[in-house]
Design a protein around this ligand. Structure first.
Ligand code: ADP
Length: 636
């Protein structure tokens, strides 16, 4: 590249830039955090590459970031001596967004500035946030290891395009110069910059340097003023926060550190900071966020834990450090034992990593247990009491994946589950609460699965339970069906779907009821035989039930069979689901069912009965038009 080239931004970048400049006004100053964080990443990368290629340090082994400004030119410059950018890297990295989930993220933007600003924050606007404060940005860089003539200058006004040209640059690394907007003059102040750095970047391991300011007395009666000297001073603590002892770190500092690693504006719900000793030694700093990221449901998505080895940054998103069902956790692990050149593949196999993952898992579960405990603790503050419910609303469904994923901790996870039920509109019933309320003679924990709480509450299968005052849990998360497959019992009490198998209320039914039911079944036999014949293509079986009170019929599946709800979910997800033929259960006491006997429209009535049971359960008749026709014929 010899001449200046003008290139266009990738469409997503142009869109993001527009958003950045229009919706991040309320939190303008974060651009400095983002640019310092990039500078620090660039130094981390250099340190990492130099493990194999010490020559990359050239003659400047001390990595640092310098922040300076020029009030006359109205510029602010963030310079690092990290890995730098080659010409091609400048074009690729500052002209496109390589991050996974970009399209998904763009699709989530609503146009509502406040909501979008939150999302943008989570996504991490990084470099482009510079345009909040600048109407033009100049980047000059040279990649470590390249010749001085192979430097690059990148300039853009943050609209549709940018310019790049080759330059000669003696020092390696990158300097980012912001040409400040009219309304961004506040950043031309040592005091202001220092206070932002203290707030967001104190924990950055590298020294951040600024020019010392000196007081110059005014001459001949003129007032004195602050002037910038040629001397540089370090303005941050420059120690990694997790290496300090707990008592030296304030809650504010923990929260700020969280915000800097998570791009989250809100405070975390909880954190835990520990030095773990024993066969594997590591420092662990883990956070539970207070709200879910936009891509929580992407199981392949980056886990939020960064890996360091002896303070050297190794990788972001080290998924081997936590199981997938805890992918919402953010934090840092600093290992004393892993080799510095550890790769993702090696991580998967390492015994140390396995021990760290187990340690992290136990730690997160105990943080959650503490939140759950605070919920019931009379002495806890209102804020602390509310935390577990908040956590559960955001991440409960992900946590449930753990039932199938982490057998060793299944009991602990089960204790953390919460449900709505026939006795609680809010998702607040634990399995322990349920057990404590079980009726005398009740032998199982009953639940019903449905798409929504309303559908669950109206489910015909639970009529008899309601009548008898037996609590039934509502399972309305998509993951419930799958997850509950792995939880057969809770502390010795089996879990039982009210839509599977025959209802056997066992000791909960009195003798008279049992007898009446048997008699009804006996006298209904001839009709039942005809029903079976009429529905033989649709229903596995037709039988009389005692589980219905107000409804004429309902569908259930055989014990151990796949539920209709799960079969539907699989089908919607485009997966192969086995053909499930349900059992139709009828209520011989219901007027509609009584009408069947001797009716000339028997066949149509039988089909209506079946299709209605299917509808009530959230399904769709095979032939909706035919169903409507048959019902209309009856109505007319
Ligand atoms: P992110 O840092 O999240 O990847 P950014 O938009 O902040 O996204 O930066 C895009 C890319 O530009 C970075 O991944 C990095 O490759 C490059 N980059 C940004 N700042 C620097 C810098 N100071 N030195 C070297 N490379 C940088």
């Amino acid at each position: 590249m010899s001449q200046k080239q003008t290139l266009s931004f990738q469409a997503e970048v142009a869109q993001l830039l527009h958003l950045v400049t229009h919706s991040l006004y309320s939190n303008k100053e974060i651009f400095l955090r983002e640019l310092i964080s990039n500078a620090s990443d660039a130094c981390d990368k250099l340190r990492f590459e130099a493990l194999h290629q010490p020559g990359l340090y050239e003659d400047a082994p001390n990595l640092e970031v310098r922040v300076s400004f020029d009030p006359d030119a109205r510029t602010l410059t963030i310079a690092d001596n990290g890995i730098g950018l080659s010409q091609q890297e400048a074009i690729d990295n500052l002209g496109t967004i390589a991050k996974s989930g970009t399209r998904e993220f763009m699709a989530r933007l609503s146009g509502d500035q406040k909501a979008d600003a939150q999302l943008i924050g989570q996504f991490g606007v990084g470099f482009y946030s510079g345009f909040i404060a600048a109407d033009r940005i100049t980047v000059e860089s040279r990649r470590a290891g390249l010749k001085p003539e192979e430097g690059v200058r990148w300039v853009s006004a943050g609209a549709g395009d940018f310019e790049v040209e080759a330059i000669t640059r003696a020092q390696r690394g990158t300097s980012v110069t912001l040409h400040l907007r009219e309304d961004a003059s506040e950043y031309l102040s040592t005091w202001k910059l220092k206070s932002i750095i203290a707030k967001y970047s104190d924990h950055i391991q590298l020294p951040i340097l600024m020019r010392k300011e000196e007081w110059k007395e005014g001459e001949e009666g003129k007032p004195g003023e602050h002037v910038l000297s040629d001397e540089w001073e370090t303005v941050n603590q420059a120690t990694a926060l997790w290496t300090r002892t707990k008592k030296d770190v304030t809650p504010e500092q923990y929260k700020e550190f969280y915000q800097s690693i998570s791009h989250d504006y809100e405070d975390p719900l909880a954190w835990s900071h520990n030095r773990v000793e024993g066969s594997t030694e590591y420092t662990q700093l883990l956070y539970i966020p207070s709200h879910a990221p936009f891509d929580l449901w992407n199981r392949e998505k980056a886990a939020g834990v960064k890996l360091y080895v002896k303070r050297v940054f190794i990788m972001d998103e080290a998924e081997a450090l936590l199981p997938a069902y805890l992918r919402f956790v953010k934090g840092v692990i600093d290992s004393a034992d892993l080799p510095l050149n550890v790769s993702r593949e090696l991580l998967q196999e390492s015994r140390d990593v396995k021990a760290i993952r187990e340690g992290n898992t136990r730690r997160v579960l105990s943080m959650l247990e503490d939140l759950a405990k605070a919920e019931k603790d009379e002495n806890a503050s209102a804020e602390d009491k509310a935390k577990f419910a908040k956590f559960y609303a955001e991440f409960g469904a992900v946590l449930k994946e753990g039932l199938g994923e982490d057998f060793g901790n299944r009991e602990r996870i089960a204790k953390l589950l919460r449900f709505a039920s026939t006795q609680s509109d809010s998702v607040a019933v634990s399995l322990a609460d349920y057990k404590a309320r079980m009726k005398e003679g009740q032998e199982a924990i009953y639940y019903v699965t449905a798409d929504t709480q309303a559908a669950a509450a109206h489910s015909p299968q639970l009529e008899i339970f309601r009548k008898k005052g037996i609590e039934v849990l509502y399972l309305t998360d998509r993951v419930d069906e799958w997850a509950l497959n792995y939880l057969h019992e809770y502390e010795g009490t089996p879990l039982q779907s009210v839509a599977k198998g025959q209802v056997d209320l066992g000791k909960l039914q009195d003798e008279a009821e049992k007898k009446a039911a048997e008699e009804a079944a006996e006298s209904f036999k001839p009709v039942l035989a005809k029903l079976k014949e009429a529905l033989k293509d649709k229903a596995e079986d037709v039988r009389v039930t005692t589980r219905l009170v107000d409804s004429p019929a309902c569908l259930v599946v055989t014990e151990g069979g796949m539920s209709l709800q799960l079969a539907r979910l699989l089908k919607q997800a485009g997966q192969q689901a086995p053909q499930v033929k349900p059992v139709l259960e009828v209520n011989p006491e219901h007027p509609l069912v009584k009408k069947l006997d001797g009716s000339p429209a028997f066949h149509d009535l039988a089909l209506i009965l079946f299709d209605q049971a299917l509808l009530a359960e959230g399904g769709m008749p095979e032939d909706p038009a035919g169903y409507v026709k048959r019902v209309n014929a009856l109505l007319a």
